[in-house]
Design a protein around this ligand. Structure first.
Ligand code: NAD
Length: 359
């Protein structure tokens, strides 16, 4: 099986962690008899320096003509003074919009060797494995009217939460399908006691659920969910929610697991999906060979499972990550007493060797 993949390393530590993911995916290819064609494109600050634009047409064409996109991270202090439209982060919105990426999937899974790294007690977080499915292209971030108006007494800031039947139904299908491959429980999070848009959300999710009788559906108000994630995160399997609530809850769920450097994400929609770690370009540690590459490597595993249906291959990477942590190797962000500190490249190489050696 040959797969054509767009590689957008971007800025900061994106440039250090992408090569680690690629070397491991290539090793998986050798072991399982697949070949991956890597096609590099410029994005973010890197693209601004070369072309003046954060998402050049050439990069967009490359992404659209690929079977998946692997993205590092974008942004950094060098480009912070630019107009909003010209900033590196605009590339992410452009890619989401142009590729029709309406669903953002963020698994928050605790690697048992890292239970001590969480700010919660080990007995609360032991074994958590939550997938947050966030609607990504609708809701209050995009609804009209929006803006700041001048009034006789000052100003008025306006944003509008809007969801249509179609937008809710398609994200609900993503969540139920994901649950079918997991523990068959979906918690739909809304604020239906106050918001009409949430009332519709709940109604449509109930309707879509009829297609998935093998999945259990629960509803939860967002304020309760924020609390339950801290109190008893093991009760969740798949959480599906709107753009705004998902933005907040996915960060909360991620931090349960201890480090921002560990977690992958997928954004999917029509044909091409995009995979990236949840963190940014980390300018404070860029170029020092200290960044944790595991979130990027796990994003590669997610790509194998979700875009290419290569579950066994993805599992081989997951297994190697678990083993390397159990052996006590840690990058700086997850270092603990009694563990062995390694740099970005060494962590990548150790995971690579485990992938090669597993039989
Ligand atoms: P960040 O995620 O880059 O960094 C936050 C903190 O976490 C930093 O202390 C950083 O050193 C640490 N960190 C992040 N990833 C790490 C890793 N893999 N290993 C070890 N430590 C890690 O967030 P920020 O500092 O708020 O943003 C920096 C830049 O990244 C900004 O320009 C921001 O706009 C951009 N950003 C990009 C994305 C993206 O590309 N998807 C996401 C968030 C932020």
């Amino acid at each position: 099986m040959t797969k054509r993949i767009a590689v957008l390393a971007g800025d900061g530590i994106g440039r250090e962690i992408i090569p680690e993911a690629i070397k491991i995916l290539d090793a998986v290819g050798v072991r399982f008899g697949h070949s991956f064609e890597w096609h590099e494109g410029q994005v973010g600050g890197d693209a601004i320096d070369a072309t003046g634009f954060p998402l050049p047409q050439e990069t967009l064409d490359l992404a659209k003509s690929s079977e998946a996109v692997l993205l590092g991270a974008v942004g950094g202090p060098k480009w912070e003074g630019l107009d909003y439209e010209r900033r590196p982060e605009r590339a992410l919105l452009g890619l989401r919009e142009q590729l029709g990426l309406f669903a953002n999937l963020r698994p928050a899974k605790l690697y048992s060797a890292l239970a001590e790294a969480s700010s919660l007690k080990p007995e609360v977080i032991e074994g958590i494995d939550v997938l947050v499915v966030r609607e990504l292209t609708g809701g209050i971030y995009f609804g009209q009217p929006k803006g700041i108006e001048t009034t006789s007494t000052g100003h008025r800031g306006i944003n509008t939460e809007v969801y249509t039947t179609e937008e809710i139904a398609r994200i609900a299908h993503v969540a139920f399908k994901a649950a079918q491959k997991r523990n068959r429980l979906v918690t739909s999070v809304d604020k239906a006691n106050v918001l009409e848009s949430s009332e519709l959300w709940r109604r449509i999710v109930v309707e879509v659920h009829k297609d998935y009788p093998d999945v259990t559906l629960h509803h939860m108000y967002v304020d309760n969910c924020a609390m339950q994630l801290i109190r008893n995160p093991r009760q969740f399997d798949v959480i599906v929610t709107s753009n705004l609530f998902g933005d907040i809850l996915s960060d909360e769920a991620a931090m349960l697991t201890g480090s921002i450097g560990m977690l992958p994400s997928a954004s999917m929609g029509a044909d091409v999906a995009m995979y990236e770690p949840i963190h940014g370009s980390a300018p404070d540690i860029a170029g020092k060979n200290v960044a944790n590459p595991i979130g990027m490597i796990a994003s590669g595993a997610m790509m194998l499972a979700s875009s290419f249906n290569l579950s066994e291959e993805a599992e081989a990477i997951e297994q190697a990550i678990q083993t390397v942590l159990a052996q006590g190797y840690r990058t700086k962000d997850i270092e603990a007493p009694g563990t062995t500190l390694v740099g970005t490249k060494e962590m990548g190489t150790r995971i690579l060797k485990l992938v090669q050696d597993e039989t």
